[in-house]
Design a protein around this ligand. Sequence first.
Ligand code: SF4
Length: 343
Amino acid sequence: MDSMTKGPLPRYRQILEGEAEARYLLTKRTTVDVDLKQDAESLWQVHDSVTSEEEPTGKTSLLDLKVELSKRMLKDCTFCERVCHVDRSSGHAGHCGVLEPMVSSEFLHMGEEPELIPSHTIFLSGCTFDCVYCQNHDISTNPLSGMAIPPELLSRRIEQMASVNGNALRPARAHARSVNVNWVGGDPTSSLPFILETLSKCETNLPQIWNSNMYLTEQAMRLLDGVVDVYLTDFKYGNDGCAKRLSNVDGYMSAIKRNHLLARSQAEMIVRHLVLPSHIECCTRPGLTWIAENLERVKVNVMGQYRPAHKAGRFDEISCPLSMSEYRTAIEIARGLGLDLCD
Ligand code: SF4
């Protein structure tokens, strides 16, 4: 039976139990016949023609090929749909402002969805969105907040966290205590080369969570294929107008729909929707309806914890907390659509 059909996040659970391998390890072991000095177009051709099921064909790890491709993309940055085309490798910042990735904090998070805790959450500064109500605006709007940690050091920290929390133990013990790695921000998209390089130096069987606004380009999504085990996504809006007004992004719906479909084809998934006051009919209902009609076998977290933060006070309808009646309406819509809701 396809492991995807056995309930929520079955493959993720298998990784925690030592019965399956994290995708980044499979990708690391997959080898390709390629010279990493080749032009980017040739590297992409090799990258896109390989699958992790193939027999090894060369001496270069597919994960190292992804690292190299991400470094090439950094020179003409198109990791997200803002497509700034700046050379971040030589100190030119794009819209997100991220140059050297900064880790603002990393710790064992117990506040994520029950399926995902405990979670070794790594907060990277900077964001590709400008949400006026951002709860993490101290790090999302300041790409310099935190510390630059070399990939070698962060990989050791990840392995250390896994070892004290059970992933390195025998499967029977690992079940209760083992952790995942949860890449978040701000948004992790701007720091993709750093994340891939860090993983290329890890060896432990740790599921990788991509916790993101999902405003990546299709090319960036291709780099995540074979690396991410669970996408933990935000489906924020139900139309482009609200996305532009509250997060200053263009082309939201087409990018987010495409990436959710890609993510579902690559890995397991939990979709989050933060209910905004007075955005039930324009955002919650159409957003949840699209999820119900297009994403099979995903868990959905309809979140009711909205509180006005950052610049939300300047926008009348979101300058107050979410009312209980609006949250109930959102849950009724989700239930009516037959969505599989998180507890
Ligand atoms: S990650 Fe996005 S916002 Fe940042 S420089 Fe690249 S394209 Fe621009």
